[in-house]
Structure formats: C-alpha cells, structure tokens
Design a protein around this ligand. Structure first.
Ligand code: ADP
Ligand code: ASP
Ligand code: MG
Length: 407
C-alpha cells in the first residue's frame, strides 16, 4: 500500500509541530504501508521570503527565476527537518527536492505547471524502506532551474505525486477539519462537508476557497484520485473530494460560498467600439500569463462610439497587468486606465443551480438586505459571483451563507 500525505505550512510551523507529525505518521503507519510525504514551508516562511525580496525591489516578481530560487528554499528547510525527526524516532527517511523526486515543469517561473513526473528515485527510496519526504510547491524546468507552482502549490505537488505513483490514498492535512460550506474563519455557521465533487471543489477553489489550490483539484480529477482533506490536529474524518457523491449531501442546490479578497479591478475607459479591441487587450494579458476573471464591456456611448472595458485580475498579477494594459491603452487611444484594489468577490457554487435562475436572485436579495452594493456580476454553469467593496466582504459572506445555510 502506498499513501501520500501532505502537511501545510501551519501544520509544520515549528520544530515541535514537525516532530509531532512524525510521531503521528509512525503511530498510524500500517505494516505494509509505503509513505510519501509532501510538506510546505514552515508557517509564514513563503510570505517572509517575499517580503525579504521586496527589500531589494518593490516588484521582485519581475525577477521571476530568482524569486523561485528564493522561494524553493522554504520547503527545503521543512523536508530536511522532518527527515531528521523521523530518523531520531528510529525510522529511516530521506528528503528530496522537487527535482530529485522527478517533478518536471515548464519554465513559467512562479506559476509553473507540472509537465511530467518520473518518480524513479522515489520508488527506489521507498523500496529500501524509507519514508520519502518531498518538497512541495516546486519542480524543475528542462534546464534544471527550480520552478514554483503558484501559491498553495504544495497541494498540487501532493496530488500529482499521488497520481504518478498510483497511490492508494492522498491525504491533505491542514489547519481546518475539512472543506466547509464557507471559510470557517469568516462564516459563523459554516458546515463541514462529508464529500464534494471535483467540479464543485474546483469552482470553489478558483473563486477563492484557499483550502485547495485549483490545479490540485484538476490533477485529482485527471488521475481519478479521491482527495481526503482533513485536520493535522485531530483524528477526525475530513472531506473527500471525488467524482460523484455517494451520500445524502447531493440534495444541496448550493454547495458553498467562496470569497476572494486578492482581486483588483482594472477599467480601460473610452476605447473605440470596433472589432479587435477586446482581443488586443486580452491577448496582451494572456501573453504575459495574466489570468483575467470577470469581464464587462459597458454599453456603447452612441455619440462617441466608445465603450469601457472592465475586468478583474488576481492582486498578485496587478503590477504586470497594469504595465501591459497601460501600453495597450495607449495604442488604442483609450481615455484612461483606472485601478481599484479595494474590491473583493463573493460567490456561490453548486451544480444544483444549473437551470435554476431563482438561486442567483436569492443571492442578490441577501446582499441587498445586508445593504451591500454589487459592482460586477459574473456567472458560470455552477457559480454566481459578485464583486463588492472589500470592506464588506465578511458581512457579504455571512449574509449569503445564512441565506442558503440557515442556522
Ligand atoms: P495549508 O497551509 O495547510 O495549505 P491553507 O491556509 O492553504 O492551509 O488552507 C487552509 C485554510 O483555507 C483554512 O485555514 C481556511 O481559513 C481557508 N478556507 C477558505 N475557504 C475554506 C473552505 N470552504 N473550507 C475550509 N477552509 C477554507
Ligand atoms: N509555501 C507555499 C505557499 O505558501 C506553497 C504551499 O504552502 O502550498 O504558497
Ligand atoms: Mg494551502
């Protein structure tokens, strides 16, 4: 039996916590079990490393390769310490960087994608009786440069390794008891789910539910691996992410409420209402690897034949997006480019809302009753999102959550 167990940053924040994890894993280890562990950087290390880089340059991400050289050190500290903790307890173990574990990525530094995993070394070490500890959040490009997988990327390392190793289980240990109907730190009555489908979890994650990196959920679906999200600090069963529901919970219309405070709004005002304008703006952003989210083109001003193009991007991409958009706006002779950072997005997610228009209306009603103004609305087949003021996000999450999950 081969299992993959991933422990996130707060679970490995101190030497004591690392030792406690080694003890737990050994206590629960089955006789025939081969274990691969994936760990994140300790506590807030990744944030601290980013701050350190900002001491050199306020936008260090423009030196993306060097950012990855820096950020990958965080996970390397944890793997070494955890391997030592096992050895001290009498269990042989070995730490491997992403590259040593055979994780090959593209060369899109700081946002890398895993292209392939050749886990020969991992198998060899497992077969010699060791627990193998792999650094999360990292791989290497064809030239051997370290590449990180985007914030929260250790989830993706774990699920991808589970797929490549054909693991029997993949557990994501974190600081909450599982996936909840909304962020349990924000929504008062948030409920733990027994199960959630890949599709719904992917949508929740894309819309800001940081408990799983979106790409890790895609990986799970691709490889058909059920992902068990559970607590580092308790023995309780958490939430299983899988293709279909096997339990009662499928009767929910809305599966959960997600929110994202790390968004910014960009408005390109007064561009000509002619073919090719949207293409020009969004192709330039795509070339710079900037993901665009909500997009609205305003109604044309008939006299001037101009429109406004408004969209949102992740706050982490704002500097890059602004540079790209400023350039294109000049070429398009746009009137102005406006940036708003004090925005946030609240969303409802659920496959049950397909063909159920009353659901969106209920969401808008809940926000209205809480006195919250909606700036932009966007929808997918299984979600509705509203852009609002960031200062109102907590109230918005609670208002919408109460509407669909009354106490
Ligand atoms: P780790 O360091 O273990 O990867 P993260 O901080 O990345 O942990 O993810 C866990 C956090 O995700 C929780 O502390 C919680 O605040 C947040 N979160 C957001 N939405 C949800 C949700 N729907 N269910 C559970 N946790 C959520
Ligand atoms: N340490 C990385 C981050 O903070 C990766 C992870 O924790 O998953 O984003
Ligand atoms: Mg995480």
């Amino acid at each position: 039996m081969l299992t993959v167990k991933k422990f996130g940053g707060s679970s490995v924040a101190t030497a004591e916590k690392i030792t406690a994890i080694a003890e737990r894993v050994l206590r629960e280890k089955q006789a025939d079990e081969q274990i691969v562990m994936v760990v994140s950087a300790m506590g807030d290390t990744t944030d601290e490393l980013i701050e350190l880089a900002k001491g050199i340059d306020q936008d260090p991400y423009r030196f993306a390769r060097e950012m990855d050289m820096l950020l990958t050190t965080g996970e390397q500290v944890t793997i070494a310490l955890l391997a030592m903790a096992f050895k001290k307890l009498g269990q042989d173990a070995i730490s491997l960087t992403g590259r040593m574990a055979g994780i090959a990525t593209d060369d899109v530094y700081t946002k890398g994608r895993i292209l392939d995993i050749t886990p020969r070394r991992v198998h060899e070490e497992l077969d010699s009786g060791k627990i193998v500890i792999v650094a999360g959040f990292q791989g290497a490009d064809a030239a051997g440069n370290p590449v990180t997988l985007g914030r929260g990327g250790s989830d993706t390392s774990a699920v991808a390794l589970a797929g490549a190793l054909k693991a029997d289980s993949c557990e994501i240990f974190t600081d909450v008891e599982g996936v909840f109907s909304a962020d349990p730190r924000i929504a008062k009555g948030a409920r733990k789910m027994q199960e959630i489908t890949y599709n719904e979890m992917l949508e929740m994650a894309r819309l800001g539910a940081g408990v799983m990196q979106p790409r890790s959920v895609e990986m799970g679906q691709l490889y058909g691996i059920p992902i068990h999200v559970r607590s580092t600090f308790s023995q309780n069963r958490g939430t299983v992410i899988r293709e279909d529901y096997t339990m009662e919970e499928k009767s929910f219309v809305i599966r959960g409420v997600a929110h994202d405070e790390k968004v910014a709004k960009i408005a390109v005002l007064g561009v000509q209402n002619t073919p090719g304008v949207a293409h020009k703006i969004f192709a330039a952003l795509a070339d710079a690897n900037v993901d665009v989210d909500m997009i609205v083109q305003s109604i044309r001003n008939i006299e001037k034949n101009v429109t406004d193009m408004v969209f949102t991007v992740a706050i982490g991409d704002l500097n890059q997006a602004k540079a790209v958009v400023d350039k294109v706006a000049e070429e398009l002779d746009a009137v102005a480019v406006l940036i708003e950072e004090d925005v946030a997005k609240v969303s409802i997610v659920g496959a049950g809302m397909l063909g159920n228009p009353g659901i969106a209306a209920r969401m808008f009603g809940a926000l209205a009753k809480a006195g919250i103004n909606i700036d932009i609305i966007s929808t997918s087949e299984i979600s509705v999102s509203c852009l609002i003021k960031s200062s109102e996000i907590k109230d918005a999450v609670n208002a919408v959550h109460n509407e669909f999950f009354p106490a």
